[in-house]
Ligand binder design. Structure first.
Ligand SMILES: Cc1ncc(COP(=O)(O)O)c(C=O)c1O
Length: 393
């Protein structure tokens, strides 16, 4: 039996419709989008179509979309493309390492840096942004949805405050792509990062939205692709996949509930109900357990659970052997013994952070998978606690 996959925040399965859309661009339509001949122009038209689809999802102009190699590059392009020595950057302690480590590298080059801490529920207070603004604050970068807890940040309020003092706003929306409506005008952000593989497109393709009012310096130098903001021959198949995933995300986000017999969630409300069933089912079966980020607004697919007396790595391995794939913190941290920087920044004791796991669903998960997962998690936690109890006696 295939393993049940509940690690969508690490990466999502590529939708069959996306694979189908990409296929010709690895085969007969393999052209370089810069070539003048017809095959090249077919590739160009496909990239343009994908650009329009992503722009529609974000409610921006196609010319404001820059295709990149993924979320990490988009975040780096936003920060390094805007900040120079002497500028001030405000960001948060709960960002993905793509922002955190970029910010630290910029600090070594003379950029002033403020890291804001979240509340115990994992939320950044917009007033903390206001209190940190300086005359030289050039950029405020706050993620839209956290990859570990799913907690949604008040980006719209933060943007209003930042703009009031002339700072620009970037949001890492990688974990919000395909989960929340992403209207850049409503959000009020000037730059926004997306990653294909978190929204059912392939790995290795992403987007940076850059408002036409923003002047961004490129990170790389070469041809004039992406209006000089990101040189290099386009990843045509990947871009086509991301464009198709954007169209499908838009449809799914706006889908009405139907009396269909589908056991897979048809829209975000149904996905949230599935996640809540998973969360409540596990918590009902286990004492000394809870939700990290409970009480804060969260994206529909994510739950971050702690189990007292449990080592998250041991639980993940035990569940993997039973056919359930989940993770602790972000994927790039797995294997590391450090507790999650997000949970630690929320003020959780280190032991609780070490006993926390993330289950992240997608629209591909079913009711029956959730039923199986509840029983597997409850049994594995009970077994590990019994072993630890026996060892302690
Ligand atoms: C919030 C966030 N930002 C950025 C990234 C990096 O994206 P990519 O894997 O496309 O480089 C991730 C990936 O986990 C993420 O969760």
């Amino acid at each position: 039996m295939a393993a049940i996959y509940m690690d969508a925040n690490a990466t999502t399965p590529v939708l069959p419709e996306v694979v189908e859309a990409m296929r010709p661009y690895w085969a007969e339509s393999f052209g370089n989008a810069s070539s003048v001949h017809q095959r090249g122009q077919q590739a160009r038209a496909a990239v343009d179509h994908a650009r329009e689809a992503v722009a529609t999802l974000l409610n921006c102009r196609p010319a404001e979309i820059v295709f990149t190699s993924g979320g990490t590059e988009s975040d780096n392009l936003a920060l390094f493309g805007l900040l120079s020595p002497g500028d001030h950057l405000i960001t948060t302690a709960i960002e993905h390492h793509a922002v955190l480590h970029a910010a630290e590298a910029l600090a070594q080059r003379g950029v002033e840096l403020t890291f804001l801490k979240p509340s115990a529920a994992g939320v950044i207070d917009p007033e903390a942004v206001r209190a940190s603004l300086r005359p030289n604050t050039k950029l405020v970068s706050v993620m839209l949805a956290n990859n570990e807890t799913g907690v949604v940040q008040p980006v719209r309020e933060i943007a209003k405050i930042a703009h009031g003092s002339g700072a620009l706003v970037h949001t890492d929306a990688v974990q919000a792509g395909g989960k929340l409506p992403l209207d850049v005008t409503a959000l009020g952000c000037d730059l926004l990062s997306l990653s294909g593989h978190k929204m059912h497109a392939p790995q290795g393709v992403g987007v940076l939205y850059v408002s036409r009012k923003v002047k961004l310096n490129p990170l790389f130098f070469g041809g004039l692709h992406e209006r000089g903001r990101r040189p290099g021959t386009e990843n045509v198949a990947g871009i086509v996949g991301l464009g198709r995933a954007a169209e499908l995300a838009r449809t799914w986000l706006n889908a009405e509930a139907s009396p269909s017999t589908s056991t897979q969630p048809e829209n975000p409300a149904a996905l949230a109900a599935l996640r809540d069933r998973l969360e409540q089912g596990i918590l009902a079966r286990l004492p000394d357990a809870g939700v990290n980020g409970a009480g804060a607004p969260r994206v529909a697919n994510t739950t971050n659970l702690y189990f007292e007396g449990i080592d998250a790595e041991a639980l993940i391995i035990a569940l993997d052997l039973q056919g359930l794939e989940i993770s602790a913190g972000s994927a790039c941290q797995s294997g590391a013994t450090e507790p999650s920087h997000v949970l630690v920044a929320m003020g959780l004791p280190e032991e609780r952070a070490r006993g926390s796991v993330r289950l992240s669903l997608s629209r591909m998960n079913s009711q029956s998978e959730v039923g199986v997962a509840i029983e597997l998690v409850a049994a594995a936690v009970s077994r590990l606690r019994a072993i630890a109890g026996a060892a302690a006696r």
